[in-house]
Design a protein around this ligand. Structure first.
Ligand SMILES: [Zn+2]
Length: 469
């Protein structure tokens, strides 16, 4: 497969991200607040980040065997699945043996969730999160509190590795509501969290000075944001010719980060930009380190495979689907879960000395690509690029936009008009899009009041209704 690609990223951990900031600032030691699992995982990661590749693999095999055996034991779904495939947990003697076991999909989760949940856990004590989904309804994933605390320890470890320190003053630019009676709803100070919360809703060319004022007054050292909002913010700052260092560090999550966005953020904020990748399903976690913009696959978190369509591992330069097995979610073992995300492995090891497998880039979700009748595949970065060109001189023209591929030769552009909307903006956009797709696809448009979000966490720019990969 040939993709037009750019460095990009998904992360669906918003609750954990902001939760960490709040927890630290309340000055209750995290180890007390988040219990034994948190402490033990922190201790493990302190050591394991310096393990050899062989030691990581031995740990992975041990955990993988445990997860597969547990899935087989507690879940009629897995017993049936493995029975039909003619495999048993004891067949798993090397890491490569895992490829004999069938993969599972989100559709399996939707249809067989009850048969997958461990009947031995107390259902009333479980915490549940709903996954997003552009291709259907989300799925509720149950966790024990201890598993969530384990995940927190991983996130905390990754944040620390990129320079986040406890009690560091932060600015948060996500989709948190600001009380309208305080500072005209533009910002408020969340004192317990030691954070300046900035409104995403009020951010515009007209209000940008107020944001700058608040940031100058509070001097947060880190910006915690969604990539699209951080980029929007940097664009407004650029427009007013702002040239002042606002943050040391920008930590992003929950959406794709495109290369042009990362460059703009580094330039405008004069800060280090870091991002992590994970899912609500909590099977896999990748993070940047202090030295590089290459993802390190956290091998203690779960077992991650990057697979070609024929099930073989993707080589360097190829794009493989992220297929992952969780370690330690006793409530719901997920073995070889197909995430639908495509990632590109990188060879070698990082200069930081850690021996984790590396991922060069996350290039999108399978359903997020546009295909043309002649067989070309275009990643959503194309759309971002075109939007950038159309919106050069103003950001209030489209309040929202989505591309839906309804047929191999038909695309619908849905637009929610912004304050400065003119019909020629969308016509211009459609014309550019059609040209980029070599005029092989008919591009039509509709203006709508709102774009329905089936995915709670991530904004999907492209929705493909075509079957197959
Ligand atoms: Zn590194």
């Amino acid at each position: 497969m040939l993709y037009r690609i750019g460095r990009s990223f998904f992360n669906r951990y918003p609750r954990l991200m902001t939760g960490l900031v709040g927890a630290v600032a309340k000055r209750v030691p995290l180890s007390v607040r988040h219990g034994k699992e948190f402490r033990e995982t922190r201790r493990l990661l302190e050591r394991s980040q310096w393990w050899s590749r062989a030691r990581h693999e031995a740990y992975q095999l041990e955990q993988l065997q445990k997860t597969v055996a547990q899935a087989f034991e507690v879940s009629p779904f897995y017993r049936g699945l493995y029975g039909r495939a003619g495999v048993r947990p004891e067949d798993l003697q090397t890491l490569d043996d895992i490829r004999r076991f069938p993969t599972i999909t989100k559709d399996d989760l939707r249809s067989h969730l009850e048969g997958m949940i461990n009947p031995a856990v107390d259902r009333r004590s479980l915490i549940e999160f709903c996954t997003g989904g552009t291709t259907g309804p989300g799925v509720v994933i149950p966790f024990e509190e201890s598993y969530r605390n384990r995940s927190r320890a991983f996130m905390w470890h990754l944040w620390e590795n990129v320079g986040y320190q406890p009690h560091m003053p932060a600015a948060i630019l996500q989709h948190r509501e600001c009380p309208p009676e305080v500072n005209d709803g533009i910002w408020y100070e969340d004192k317990p969290s030691n954070a300046l919360v900035l409104s995403a809703h009020r951010l515009s060319a007209k209000t940008i000075d107020r944001y700058v004022e608040a940031l100058r007054e509070h001097r947060p050292r880190v910006l915690i944001a969604y990539p699209s909002l951080a980029y929007l913010f940097s664009s407004y700052l650029k427009e007013i010719g702002f040239d002042e260092k606002l943050f040391d560090l920008v930590i992003l999550g929950s959406e794709t980060l495109y290369e042009f966005q990362r460059k703009s953020l580094e330039e405008v904020f004069q800060a280090t930009v870091r991002i992590h990748y994970g899912h609500i399903e909590s099977c896999t976690l990748f993070g940047y380190c202090e030295h590089s913009n290459v993802y390190h696959v956290q091998t203690e978190y779960g077992f991650t495979e990057l697979l070609n369509d024929d099930g073989t591992p993707a080589a360097e330069g190829e794009a493989g689907e992220v297929v992952a097995t969780n370690f330690g979610n006793r409530a719901l073992p997920l073995v070889r879960y197909r995430t639908g995300d495509l990632a590109q492995p990188a060879a070698g090891t990082c200069e930081c000395g850690r021996q984790y497998p590396l991922v060069e880039q996350i290039i999108g979700r399978k359903g997020d690509f546009i295909r043309t009748p002649s067989g070309a595949t275009h990643s959503p970065i194309l759309i971002e690029f075109l939007m950038d060109r159309v919106l050069l001189d103003g950001r209030d023209r489209f309040a929202d936009l989505q591309i839906v591929q309804t047929q191999i030769d038909e695309i619908l552009v849905r637009v929610v008009p912004g304050h400065d909307y003119h019909p020629e903006d969308v016509e211009n956009f459609c014309r550019l899009l059609s040209r980029e797709l070599d005029d092989e696809i008919a591009v039509s448009q509709e203006t709508v009041a709102e774009i329905p979000r089936t995915d709670r966490q991530k904004k999907s720019l492209v929705v493909s209704r075509l079957d197959g990969p």
